[in-house]
Design a protein around this ligand. Structure first.
Ligand code: SAM
Length: 257
């Protein structure tokens, strides 16, 4: 029986095969500035430290943090007992003198806000290897026109190239979650794929809050049909058929606030 705190989204990996696949996908090296979010009991921490020799980890649970501190004493672990949602990733990159390679079997209950928080520090992050609920990974990596394509896909697109790697069944964790998980690699772009500002988020949120509606109806409060057409977009189209760059074009048509 494993003691797990539900409020911290704790499901601990124990399947050695899955752990090895994740570590190989990351391909850690001693030059890397690795940052693990939510090390838990250290299932990933241990093999990562063995290969990279040093690692920063952010753990919110003080009891787990105390055990980790003891277990990995003198082995290159810098433990930050903190909430990853408030953690200053940009400052850590400055301290480490290089961009960060972030990874984690993330707490599923805070996955979306955590991804958005990480992207605020996009200039300080090289890549992310994340395990999340399978459906969320599918949304992150979806292609336009597919059922999974939505707000999360489009909001991440300017900043990262997302790649789904493999799926992981509930039996790989203790306690076993009710859902399947999946692992993805998000490689942060050197520069955004197209210019984005706050207007991008407004257009994307409005369009997908009315997923079944055409853009003409969904964006009614922001842009009329003629303005949508001037951006080279069909006002009769549904939001899931637009590429991220087309959303960016619509955003540019809004008055800047
Ligand atoms: N990495 C471990 C593993 O794979 O076995 C644990 C994964 S468990 C799904 C999520 C971990 O994230 C837990 O250790 C939990 O305490 C921690 N956690 C939850 N919310 C957090 C937050 N906001 N900031 C930092 N760590 C958090």
């Amino acid at each position: 029986m494993v003691f797990a705190r539900k409020r911290f989204g704790q499901n601990f990996l124990h399947d050695e095969g899955v752990i090895e696949r994740i570590v190989s996908a990351i391909g850690p090296s001693p030059q890397d500035a690795l940052v693990e979010i939510g090390p838990g009991h250290g299932a990933l921490t241990e093999p990562l430290l063995e290969r990279a020799g040093r690692l920063d980890a952010i753990e919110i649970d003080r009891d787990l943090a105390a055990t980790l501190q003891e277990r990995f004493a003198g082995q290159g672990l810098t433990l930050h007992v903190a909430d990853a949602l408030r953690f200053d990733f940009a400052a850590l990159a400055v301290q480490r003198g290089r961009k960060l390679r972030v990874l984690g079997n993330l707490p599923y209950n805070v996955s979306t806000p955590l991804l958005f928080h990480l992207l605020e520090a996009h200039g300080s992050i090289e890549d992310l290897h994340i395990m999340l609920q399978r459906e969320v990974i599918a949304r992150i990596c979806a292609a336009p026109g597919s059922d999974d394509y939505g707000r999360l896909t489009v909001m991440l697109a300017p900043w990262v190239v997302a790649e789904a790697l493999f799926e992981v069944g509930p039996g790989a964790f203790r306690p076993a979650p009710k859902v399947w998980s999946a692992v993805a690699r998000l490689t942060v772009r050197e520069a955004p794929a197209f210019p984005v500002d706050a207007r991008f988020g407004r257009v994307v949120a409005a369009a997908f809050s009315q997923r079944r509606k055409t853009l003409r109806n969904g964006l009614r409060a922001l842009l009329d049909a003629a303005a949508i057409e001037r951006c080279g977009v069909d006002p009769g189209a549904r939001p899931e058929t637009l590429t991220p760059a087309q959303f960016a074009a619509l955003a540019q048509a809004l008055p800047s606030s």
